[in-house]
Design a protein around this ligand. Structure first.
Ligand SMILES: NC(=O)c1ccc[n+]([C@@H]2O[C@H](COP(=O)([O-])OP(=O)(O)OC[C@H]3O[C@@H](n4cnc5c(N)ncnc54)[C@H](O)[C@@H]3O)[C@@H](O)[C@H]2O)c1
Length: 354
């Protein structure tokens, strides 16, 4: 076994059907009296449900969370939190809402309680992002890590099937890349393999019966494990490519992850044979390759399979390759220009990785 260093991140997780009922007790536990509730405009009704549960301890609702946390929105939310005298923030929603909570915590140190309703996984990481003048900057700071996370599958049951599938594949991407992380360790590899298994099985059942709460619980359990990996170890080529495609070509976050993942994993499979073996095993053990297994999973779930379908043009592929190669970063296999361009071509066309 290779040498490793392991540092656990603090996490308090309340998991399971009906666990939202524990919200008041968890707010007490944080020593909070006035909670600002955060959501997107689309999830205002879920935020209002939280406000009803908290009664006089709800300081107010801020429902302007949007993708990629624009600095102006973060500033407005911080000002509202201060004006209302909030002593904690509750983020109900996906990565965009949790991201807004993190932006508040970064400045003010307010404790964040996250109630995730997608599988994106921001709630388990000390990573924050802020977008200023069209450029998204990310950083790590332990202050932004939510103090408490309530995973209640009933709240994710409203997530439409197509978004559930891409969000779940986004989660699998965190675990898959965590398996070959430069700072990986055996604990995170166990967590990653189980995360991929639970998420893929849960997704297979959700597409049959979207309101199946046991399947929703399996996906949320998978999301927790996959995001734990994201919070604990570094990512590589796949996340870099998706960051490039999302940031420079405005492609949607979760769908881009879904399409690129099989190709990025195929690129790295020979250089990271143990990771490839674990991915194949987590996905049922029948496939000849990790990239092929991920491709077949996405296809069986009815996921988008081509970057073309997201609006990228073939002419963009050279520029995307240049941007992805501009700043060197660690990856198990060296970054080779022609091979990366070929990878993007395959993702553009939706070819099954060889
Ligand atoms: N910092 C990190 O560690 C980290 C990790 C993962 C993702 N992210 C960030 O999170 C963002 C993406 O998050 P996301 O994919 O969760 O999308 P999102 O939070 O933007 O949500 C997408 C849409 O789905 C809606 N929605 C969410 N849950 C729903 C539900 N249960 N029912 C109905 N509608 C629902 C939202 O209101 C929103 O309109 C990106 O900006 C990404 O960079 C950050």
């Amino acid at each position: 076994m290779a040498n490793f260093t392991y540092t656990g991140l603090p996490a308090r997780v309340i998991f399971g059907k009906g666990s939202l009922q524990q919200l008041e007790a968890e707010i007490d536990r944080l020593g909070s009296r006035r909670a600002l509730i955060l959501s997107t405009p689309e999830q205002r009704s879920q935020a209002e449900r939280i406000a009803d549960i908290l009664g006089s301890r709800a300081a107010g609702i801020f429902d302007k969370a949007v993708m990629h946390v624009p600095i102006e929105t973060a500033r407005e939310a911080r000002a509202v939190a201060e004006k209302l005298g909030a002593d904690c923030a509750i983020a109900i929603g996906g990565g965009s809402t949790t991201g807004l909570g993190k932006a508040i915590a970064l400045d003010s140190g307010l404790p964040i309680l996250a109630i995730p309703t997608t599988y994106a996984g921001s709630e388990m990481t000390p990573v924050y992002g802020l977008t200023e003048n069209g450029i998204k900057k990310t950083g790590r700071d332990i202050r932004v890590l939510p103090k408490t996370v309530i995973y209640d599958p009933e709240l994710s049951a409203t997530l439409p099937i197509d978004m559930s599938v891409t969000s779940g594949m986004n989660a699998i991407a965190h675990a898959a890349e965590g398996l070959y992380a430069q700072d990986g360790n055996p604990v995170m590899s166990l967590v990653a393999e189980e995360g991929i298994r639970a998420m893929s099985e849960g997704l297979g059942r959700i597409i049959q019966t979207p309101e199946d709460l046991d399947a929703r619980a399996d996906c949320l359990y998978g999301a927790w494990l996959c995001s734990t990996v994201l919070g604990n170890v570094g990512m590589a080529l796949h996340h870099k490519l998706c960051h490039t495609l999302g940031g420079s070509f405005n492609l949607p976050h979760a769908a881009t992850h879904t399409i690129v993942l099989p190709h990025a994993i195929a690129y790295n499979a020979e250089a990271a044979p143990d990771a490839a073996k674990r991915i194949i095993r987590a996905l049922g053990g029948k496939s000849e390759s990790a990239g092929g297994a991920l491709y077949d999973l996405a296809k069986s779930l009815g996921a988008p399979m081509t970057l073309k379908s997201l609006g990228l043009t073939e002419a963009d592929l050279d520029r995307a390759t240049d941007i992805a190669l501009a700043n060197p970063y660690w990856n198990p296999r060296p970054i080779e220009r022609d091979a990366i361009r070929h990878l993007l071509q395959n993702a553009y066309e939706g070819n099954r990785p060889a």
